[in-house]
Design a protein around this ligand. Sequence first.
Ligand SMILES: Cc1ncc(COP(=O)(O)O)c(C=O)c1O
Length: 446
Amino acid sequence: MHKDDPLVTSVSKSMELYNQASKLIPGATQLISRRPTRYAYGITPAYASSARGARFTDVDGNRFIDWVSGIGAVILGYCDSVVDESVKRQIDLGTMYSVSHPIEIELAELLIKRIPCAEMVRFAKGGGDACAVAIRIARGTTGRNKILFSGYHGWHDWYLAANHKSGELDSHLFPGIDPIGVPVELSGTVLPFPYDDLDFLETLLEDNREDTAAIIMEPLRSEFPSEGYLSGVRQLADKFDVLLIFDEVSTGFRPTDSGVQPLVGVTPDMAVFAKSLSNGYPMGAVVGTRKAMQPAAQMFISSTYWSDTIGIRAAITTLEELSIRNSVSTIHNTGQILKTEISQLLQKYSLPAVCDGVDWHPYLRFHTEDNIQLINTLYIQEMAKRSVHTGMSFYINESHGESELSETLGAVEAVFTILRKALDNGQLHDLVETIPQTDGFRRLVR
Ligand SMILES: Cc1ncc(COP(=O)(O)O)c(C=O)c1O
């Protein structure tokens, strides 16, 4: 938005729909990260009507710059004409059949060419779905049950069972998750380990030497790990003869157009992709070495829509376009500008915060003793009023351009002015017009 544009004053239709949904859909949204309580409830939009490039229009007719990028799924921009045209051409050929379509092989070959650990590939329709496939394969291939994990890996029983021991998911997902509906018999089959702590992982492997199938982890979060950490994990996996799985769903193809492996120089046995793989079309993939994956031919891993050609076509085109357009360098450049400019503004307004993290997904983190939730909520609330939809991090896509950057930085400066005054005058409570933001996905900010 420009300095003199009017503030967004109403998301009333969004909230009407949200109330209606609450009566019809348990939990109201399909994804917890789409709940308006994660932003500034009643002020940020809850329902979109259309999106293009880096912006969307909500059901009240407000237009927002979007730094959430479909919770990371959109990497080239909304409604990307090249991806969408290729999908439309596929639709004209039919999207699913009684037999397979050759583009399954085309995408498998493309992933194998790009991703260091990939010699064989299975498809899925989302990240949690693909993680569950990888875990089944790991257990089936090794004949062992226990899974050691770090990070978030979807909603399935194998993962949520961790919280049968209370609090195990607190620092990997968020606190307070009750594993209702997950068989208590799975208790003890899945064990967390803290990121960036090799000693802890080694002890855990020692203690579970006989029955560990795999280590699954998000290889990178918002920051790089200590030097040698990921290669240390690789060495431990080899020493204890367990499979190493990288969950690249959240990092995806933003670190490089081949994922994170070439950047960190560590090759796992399997890796999982979804989200940015297909620029917002439903798709997921498990890739891995022949040794890890071939035994899956004997396992019951099967679903009708995993052959759906819309997601597969979208994935092929997205991967190709990422390389043709050199999108990764554009995304990194945008992240660097955000970090530099916002850091300068933080200094200018003497605010207790840092804007840092990996170039493709920088974060803004306040570090006061208390009131963090209030400060975060005020920031998100005031950014939304200035037509910028954001959480406390920036999920960058290729279509975030100069106008999005300059409008966002203008909004950030206006909001920092408000925050500075609020902190000076003890007005935080008065200025927050909604309930304070509830805990976000912790894994995004370490
Ligand atoms: C690292 C990671 N794994 C798995 C998932 C689950 O993916 P989906 O929401 O597509 O099931 C996510 C989603 O945020 C993720 O970030």
